[in-house]
Design a protein around this ligand. Structure first.
Ligand SMILES: [Zn+2]
Ligand SMILES: [Zn+2]
Length: 279
């Protein structure tokens, strides 16, 4: 069953909630011809050594992201938090359900995000309210998703999913918290405005081979990490290499690549859509 010697990540999207270019914007990055300045909403796809295919977040760009990477099979989905740029593509998982024997797909989230998902997609997560024996699902149908909410508070929690060793923790992000994770030498911190001391300590101990961390822009921001903060956390955590994600149009790929090179003596780089990384 084992297909890969290393775990593999595909960057499905590297941008913030607006994507880049932004509709109606004529700034340098939005008008750039550089392919790495075209950023869909942030999401990653993991193919593990155990041959599991794991989608992290279901962005509004999900359909195109899956088509572009020719992804047609997913074992389970992880949801980082309830913001629109991370969940509004959930309906497009329908086609993935059709590829599965039982036509059912597991979608994991933290308990604190569960009510928002149910409220946002009642026809999926409360389908018994909408469909029954006398009122069956007609036409193209709906995605059959099994929402599996796990308890996560301020602890660092180990949880195996299909035998995959995940460690989950929450980081503060706007009025919510984001589920971030560690998996076999890799840590993913997509949306946050702070990395708490207990998480820095945990990640430092792991001697990460790869860290992917939120890096929105240079200017101060209430809900995301700035370049300065993101760089400071990378210096503290000291992974073998670090990728920057969830950038907005104030940072071009070229500019952020230059800033990262000036500040580190190990590989730190903005990730880009379609990029493949091993860990
Ligand atoms: Zn986001
Ligand atoms: Zn967010």
């Amino acid at each position: 069953m084992n297909g890969l010697k290393q775990n593999n990540i595909t960057i499905l999207g590297s941008g913030t909630s607006t994507g880049t270019p932004i509709i109606g914007c004529h700034c340098k990055t939005c008008l750039s011809d550089h392919p790495h300045d075209k950023r869909l909403r942030a999401s990653i796809f993991l193919r593990t050594k155990q041959n599991h295919h794991i989608l992290v977040d279901a962005t509004p760009d999900l359909r195109y992201q899956l088509l572009r990477q020719k992804i047609q099979y997913i074992d389970f989905v992880l949801i980082s938090h309830e913001h629109a740029d991370h969940v509004h593509g959930i309906d497009d998982l329908r086609q993935i359900c059709f590829q599965k024997t039982k036509q059912e797909l597991d979608i994991y989230c933290a308990q604190l995000h569960q009510p928002y998902l149910v409220e946002r997609f009642p026809y999926i997560f409360q389908r018994e309210k909408f469909f029954n024996k006398d009122r069956p699902i007609l036409g193209g149908g709906i995605p059959i998703l099994k929402l599996k909410a796990f308890e996560l508070k301020d602890q660092i929690k180990h949880l195996e999913i299909m035998g995959e060793p995940f460690t989950f923790f929450l980081l503060p992000h706007n009025y919510t918290k984001t589920v971030c994770f560690y998996h076999d030498g890799f840590a993913y911190l997509p949306d946050c405005h702070e990395v708490t001391a207990n998480v820095i300590e945990f990640l430092t101990q792991q001697k990460l081979r790869l860290l992917i961390i939120n890096c929105l822009q240079e200017q101060d921001h209430q809900t995301h990490l700035t370049v300065e903060k993101s760089f400071a956390y990378i210096h503290k955590i000291r992974p073998a290499q670090a990728g920057l994600i969830h950038m907005n149009h104030n940072l071009s790929h070229e500019e952020l690549t230059r800033l990262a090179k000036e500040n580190f003596d190990f590989p730190v780089f903005p990730v880009y859509d379609t990029q493949n990384l091993n860990y």
